[in-house]
Design a protein around this ligand. Structure first.
Ligand code: SF4
Length: 350
């Protein structure tokens, strides 16, 4: 980052207006500048060609734009999923994924470079934590993946899932600010109901999102409804256990009335027995929900294996016998390491 000039996209409207006043520029410039940085996604003040030269120079002297760039892009031969490696202005690397469906295209974006939570099955967790991404860096991923969607699939993004690298609720403010801009008419004007944030179970974040009344969807990466197993699979469970998580989910439901989604990665011999399904069914009684069962993809650093088909079938049948809404998801982009838990910046330059 630039340590002398300030990051312009971290400024509030009041701060920008204050600066304009200081340099004797009219306040309508705020709207023009915001249009350039959010709607048009420019990364250079000099490209803002309806601004006077003196203003562009003053902006350049005092601020920088933390616009990210695409360093590499890989497309799956199997299912056309596109994985994108992004680079920040200070050489941090993080990934996003574009997932085409029959009638929609979903972008999966990151909120941190690396992740501090170190879930046992996750390649990102093995990278360790680098830093939180800024509001602009999170927004840019949606902006650039939307452009990629138009290029690759001839249609705009329809959905966003915040499930890439990092835990969004450990970078709450920047994540929510970025998503507010994504859904604002000043940004990409995408409906918040098409955005889903996935958390490993950060209780304060779940409650804060409930209080915001934004209509953004919530998904919980659960992966086990047994405290002992979850402690091991997801160490964050030692800080926020299943009982606390259940209470927070109940709070979210009471506040928003929205159905939540659970992500449950099936790991052979670990969390895929009928006994595990019973615990999951019991846990999810707390509010209306749907459950995504994710078929695991092994990666080179992983010690886990994919569940057997018969175990998967018995697991699904048990949940359905309890009238739960269950979808089995086979991760896309497995040939390019773009599947759940596989984002590990492998194409990053050494
Ligand atoms: S699964 Fe999510 S929360 Fe857990 S280490 Fe990976 S990126 Fe972090």
């Amino acid at each position: 980052m630039d340590f002398i000039r300030k990051n312009f996209r971290n400024l509030s409207d009041q701060e920008i207006t204050g600066f304009l006043k200081e340099i004797s520029q009219p306040s309508f410039r705020l709207k023009q500048i915001k249009e350039w940085i959010w709607k048009k996604g420019v990364g250079d003040f000099n490209e803002m060609n309806n601004l006077p030269v003196a203003l562009k120079e003053a902006l350049e002297q005092n601020f920088f734009l933390d616009k990210i760039t695409i360093l590499d892009s890989q497309k799956s031969k199997a299912d056309k999923t596109v994985k994108v490696l992004f680079k920040s202005v200070d050489d941090e690397f993080f990934e996003g994924v574009l997932i085409p469906g029959k009638s929609r295209t979903t972008a999966c974006i990151s909120t941190q470079s690396g992740c501090p939570l170190n879930c046992d099955f996750c390649a990102t967790g093995k990278l360790g934590f680098r830093r939180n991404l800024t509001r602009g860096e999170i927004y840019d991923q949606v902006f650039l993946l939307n452009e990629a969607s138009l290029r690759e699939f001839d249609r705009k993004l329809s959905n966003i899932v915040v499930m890439g690298m990092g835990e969004p609720f450990l970078n709450y403010e920047n994540t929510i600010d970025a998503l507010k801009m994504v859904s604002s008419v000043e940004g990409l004007a995408m409906s918040p109901q098409r955005i889903t944030i996935s958390t490993a179970g950060i209780i304060p974040g779940i409650k804060m999102l409930a209080n915001e009344n934004l209509r953004i969807n919530l998904s919980i990466s659960l992966h086990s409804a047994d405290n002992q197993k979850r402690d091991f699979l997801m160490p964050i469970n030692k800080k926020y256990n299943l009982q606390q998580l259940r209470e927070a989910i109940f709070y979210f439901y009471k506040k928003t009335g929205e159905r939540i989604t659970y992500e449950y990665l099936l790991l052979k011999g670990i969390n895929d027995s009928v006994e595990d399904a019973k615990k999951l069914a019991e846990f999810t009684k707390v509010s209306p929900c749907k459950i995504n069962l994710i078929v695991y993809n092994s990666h080179e650093k992983s010690k886990y294996q994919q569940s057997d088909d018969l175990d998967l079938k018995a697991f699904v049948e048990y949940l359905e016998s309890k009238n739960l809404v269950v979808t089995v998801r086979r991760s896309k982009g497995t040939d390019i390491d773009a599947a759940c838990g596989q984002l590990a910046n492998k194409k990053k330059p050494e």
